[in-house]
Unconditional design. Structure first.
Length: 550
């Protein structure tokens, strides 16, 4: 329940702090006294958008703070989910800065507005005059029926299943789109893959073939230079090997004279061995260097094919071509995988659709079964509210569409007079009748909700006399289970409150402010008398006010 509300620098309110009690509280005040300002401030605490024009003094920040007792409402999981400190008396604070920025806090922890709005749905329901129009909206009509039918858990399961089903449909559409694109590209993709596959590419072969081509194109030069090298090395009289052999014999004769001579001989011996190996390899290479036009043509052709493929695919190496080949192979094979995935998904979708249909059918049957009960409850309350001839007809029509709350449409039909035809509420019911119907709906819903606080903003519009008296009785009865506020202009309802608050304006100099105060018993008598007769209170009005309060 709402324990207290403090407001600083908001609209016509300079500074205000008010405590509230459980039970039924009525709020009265002249038109323009500031009741809507009070509602606006409370709306900010509950997460509504802030407006810089709300600041009374544009140079100071606006602060609105509400204290709520929440011990009985099992809200700890919500606080844990959003990483907020829990307290049985939770403090919600909104601040509007002169810059126009707005901040929100729950138990001094900053929160964003969506979290605050979600929390407020557990705390307080403000019924303003325009919300009576909700009665003609299908979603609200379903909410009424689902509350009586106890469909909350079932609807939660249905919505989870619907989300799963819609996600699968989205995946299926995406995969079908991919398949259509791949089918269009399939022939060309297959051609590119086959072309690369037939090239029998091997990583590193390009460099090797380019080297072979270089040699085949220069056979004569290579052979000439190898022969020349062989002659220099291996000529019998003047070859390098012969000269080194003479030098080696000369050093061998003196090698025993010193370690230095011996070392020089050994180094020359090693060089001689290395040169003999080089000579042998050159001699062997001379035998292998031959003019081979067939190999030259084959290697040239293969390299040209590789160059063409590299140019087509805009790459530089065989390794990159091999990667493209692997990617193309994956695309070719993925077509079959995608077709299988689509087939599997279609089977899964039909299965999930069956589960969804079963859930929707259970929801429908619960609604259908509870229609008579809802009609009976509404009719009983409205009979008390001066509509003894009212009749309701609630029609449910199944449709092949999955809505967020089932697979049916609803029509709330009403007949307000004996013998008159049933029609849609927006066409049949007057403003006063809609107000009474909304109060009846709220009274019914209160029995199925744990909401701690309800605030009715002039729900008595268009009614008077004994009907107003009965509306007050119903709100009074509802307050036995939750905190009820009623902003009213009717003395019959104002007198029903356990507490009575008055909103009024005061003017000091050039400044006008709105204030609210809890009335004493004597002040209540005067306030109700003024509602009855105006500012000039008559004796009969005072007596009437006392009678209403008693």
């Amino acid at each position: 329940m709402l324990i207290s509300l403090s407001i600083h620098n908001y609209a016509l309110i300079e500074k205000l702090s008010i405590d509230f009690s459980s039970g039924f509280s009525t709020i009265t005040g002249e038109t323009g006294a500031g009741k809507s300002i009070l509602l606006g401030a409370l709306g900010l605490v509950l997460g509504k958008r802030a407006d810089l024009s709300s600041l009374k003094n544009k140079e100071e920040k606006c602060t609105i703070e509400g204290h709520f007792s929440i011990a009985k409402y099992q809200l700890k999981p919500f606080f844990e989910k959003h990483d907020l400190d829990y307290d049985d008396v939770t403090i919600i604070r909104r601040e509007i800065l002169p810059s126009g920025k707005s901040r929100a806090f729950v138990n001094d922890s900053p929160v964003n507005l969506p979290v605050l709005v979600e929390l407020s749905e557990f705390l307080l329901d403000i019924h303003s005059q325009h919300q009576t129009r909700e009665l003609i909206e299908e979603n609200f009509q379903f909410e009424i029926l689902d509350a009586v039918a106890s469909n909350h858990t079932l609807l939660g399961t249905y919505r989870i299943q619907l989300k799963k089903y819609q996600h699968l449909l989205s995946d299926l559409a995406r995969e079908k789109s991919q398949l259509a694109e791949q089918v269009k590209e399939q022939d060309y993709t297959q051609f590119l893959f086959s072309e690369l596959e037939e090239a029998h590419l091997v990583d590193g072969e390009q460099e090797e073939m380019e080297s072979q081509l270089q040699q085949l194109n220069n056979v004569e030069l290579i052979k000439e230079q190898l022969d020349k090298s062989l002659m220099v090395l291996d000529n019998e009289q003047f070859g390098v090997l012969s000269q080194i052999n003479d030098c080696k014999l000369a050093l061998q004769k003196i090698a025993s004279f010193s370690a230095e001579f011996k070392l020089l001989f050994e180094r020359l011996e090693s060089t001689s061995i290395e040169l003999k190996d080089v000579t042998t390899e050159i001699s062997q290479l001379v035998e292998t260097v031959i003019n081979d036009p067939v190999s030259l043509a084959s290697i040239s052709q293969k390299l040209q094919f590789i160059y063409t493929l590299q140019k087509k695919h805009q790459v530089q190496t065989v390794a990159e071509l091999l990667q493209i080949q692997a990617d193309l192979e994956s695309k070719v094979s993925s077509l079959d995988l995608l077709e299988k995935s689509i087939a599997d998904k279609e089977i899964q979708i039909e299965k999930e659709k069956g589960v969804l249909i079963d859930l929707a059918e259970n929801i429908h049957q619960n609604r259908k079964k509870n229609v008579p009960s809802l009609i009976e409850k509404l009719t009983a309350i409205l009979t008390q509210l001066g509509m003894p001839m009212v009749q309701f007809k609630i029609e449910l029509k199944l449709v092949p569409t999955f809505f967020t709350n089932g697979t049916e449409e609803i029509q709330f039909l009403i007949s307000t007079n004996k013998g008159s035809d049933f029609g849609l509420m927006k066409k049949v019911a007057s403003g006063g009748e809609l107000s009474r119907i909304m109060l009846a709906v709220k009274a019914v819903l209160a029995n199925y909700s744990n909401l701690p606080t309800l605030l009715f903003d002039e729900i008595d519009t268009g009614v008077s006399g004994e009907v107003a008296n009965k509306m007050g009785d119903i709100m009074k009865e509802m307050s036995g289970y939750r905190q009820i506020f009623a902003i009213t202009h009717l003395p019959q309802i104002a007198a029903k409150g356990n507490q009575h608050y008055k909103v009024f304006k005061t003017t000091v100099g050039q400044t006008t402010t709105s204030e609210i105060k809890l009335l004493s018993n004597e002040e209540r008598v005067i306030e109700i008398a003024q509602i009855l007769s105006g500012s000039a209170v008559s004796e009969s009005a005072l007596n009437h006010a006392k009678a209403l309060l008693n």
